[in-house]
Design a protein around this ligand. Sequence first.
Ligand code: 2AM
Length: 560
Amino acid sequence: YLLGSIQLGGGVATAAASNVAPTATILFGSQSGNCEALAKRLDEALAGVGVSRVMLDMLDCRKADLEQARHLLVIVSTHGEGDPPDRARPLYDLLHGRKAPKLANLKYSVLALGDSSYERFCEVGRRFDAQLESLGAQRLHERIECDVDFQESANRWIEKVVSSLAAAHSEGAQPAVLARPSATIATAYTRKNPWQAPVLANIRLTARASSKDVRHIELSLEGSGIHYEPGDALGVVPRNQEAHVDALFERLPFDPESAVEIGGASLSLRAALTDQLDIGPLNRRVLERYAELTAHGALSSFLQASTEQQLETALRGYDLLELVREYPPQGIGPEQLVQILRPLAPRLYSIASSPHATPDEVHLTVRIVTYESRGRVHGGVVSTALASATDAHARIAVYPHRNPAFRLPSDPSAPIVMIGPGTGVAPFRSFVAEREALGARGKSWLLFGDRTLRNDFLYQTEWLDWRKRGALHRLDVAFSRDGDEKLYVQHRIREHGATFYEWLREGAYVYVCGDAQQMAPDVDAAIRQVVARHGGLGEEQVEEFMLNLQRERRYQRDVY
Ligand code: 2AM
């Protein structure tokens, strides 16, 4: 084997000879970086068995790359209501459009990442899978779908595709022994083995009169050896409140100590309902399975008769406790109940501190959500726990979560524009603090928005101090409920469109963090308008301009 490095559509390839298509094309569509990290693991595993391969970001993948590929290994995630990652959208559209390539000679397999608490679980992966098949390609291995806890299923898929490729394509090169993917070993603390972080501060950022309770929470990392970079997130391990679980057992006709099985491990029902399963507000899928197994006809007909919108309203605060009150779990045992419920998803918070400005600490900006429904107060599992972690002995179970798709420019003199309304401002506090701590000279511009200036200007004094000291060069705010008309960050972008475009021309990196449903698309539209107007570009040119920004990683979003 002659291993040489070739460059293909932005990806790095090692092929037996540079004019021969590599055996495998690893194609990833990543939003938060998980798919990219998995692609790298697959790349290493293939390297380990001597299979030539190329790794491609979907944004860099052209039609010809697909036509020339021999084995296509697709890793892609699904977001929100079934959306592909930003960087996967152009390829997704290409495959589904009239100019889609014919792929009769291609073999492929899909690894789909998703979150089963959403209706359209793994939708994007499923569509890639179906579309590749309908374009003539043949499956090398069945699609594997991963939930939020994706590592195990992803490893299984990596092992499958690597062993089939190794068997077929590296006879005599190296024995097809697959070392377990090793790239995950980087930090010792994970969701299953979290760091118990002491709480150093828990300060309310919004005024008493605010309609929102947003906290600044400081946790200690001292002695943990945890490292992070600005842009990373912190995972907080969820745990249902004991009182909530106790209340459930008053209603459930099951022994809390009955043994159940989750993911191959045996544990008590109480432990499962406390640490593993989501007992909060339920969704259609869970209710349908429950209705079916317990033969509650009334519940089934109610679900059938309701539109998604009606259901959303009806299910506000409708959790497992409400369900078993109204429809007792007849005909099922603990084992079935455990199978019906969704896994308790960890919560990821964008880190608001800089590792260089405040070493050994990590800061979070957390909105505490509580609401009343059916005579009970409901709150987010994690935010409720964080809200009450106020005394000196409080510990929060956390682990680092890399977010390589949201990073400061490596060039410290590159200008940055940060758009972060509400708690979306968190990573930008990290960015500005980090750049100041490192003496980076690039210009910075923050666009912040919230409800009112008086009550909701998160970190107001810090931004003003930074501006005075020259660490922040420009600050524009949009308070939506101070005037007669709603004023949002995108209005400021348009208002200062000429300047915004000027910064882009100077090579600025644009970051957007916060709400994915409304804010991020509105901001995207505003940026496109600004580019069209101030750059004098037509629709297609704007599209090209935005694609280039993304290719150069100068348009990064962390939206949820
Ligand atoms: P609103 O709640 O008054 O409508 C942080 O939550 C800020 O984001 C609030 O000021 C909120 O305004 C605002 N916001 C709501 N929808 C938005 C959108 N589509 N684009 C930008 N900001 C929005």
